[in-house]
Write a protein that binds this ligand. Structure first.
Ligand SMILES: [Zn+2]
Length: 101
């Protein structure tokens, strides 16, 4: 059993991710935890793009919860359309922008 996330919006998203087969791993130095794509394979580039950090106290919990759901939807294999790397990269730069300030 993993610990429950303090923000209920995010906890709801984590449960959604788990239903989709994603692994939720609490811990880490900067974040509350991480979520990992369930599809090990080159097509999906797991370990590079299909990982998302879960923040413990994001500025907007609802927004972060929505971002987590979007990671699932953007996963190449989950979509059934491999080769959507642009989407993954967009997400990465989007994330960088939100953590900037
Ligand atoms: Zn994936």
């Amino acid at each position: 059993m993993r610990p429950v996330h303090p923000k209920k919006e995010i906890e709801r998203s984590l449960r959604y991710l788990e239903q989709q087969g994603w692994r939720v791993e609490p811990g880490g130095s900067h974040a509350w935890g991480k979520v990992f794509c369930p599809y090990p394979g080159e097509r999906c580039r797991c370990g590079e793009f299909c990982i998302c950090c879960v923040w413990s106290t994001p500025r907007c919990a609802e927004l972060h919860a929505r971002q987590l759901c979007r990671v699932v939807e953007h996963c190449a294999i989950h979509q059934g359309t491999p080769g959507q790397n642009e989407v993954h990269q967009n997400r990465m730069s989007e994330k960088r922008r939100t953590t900037d300030g």
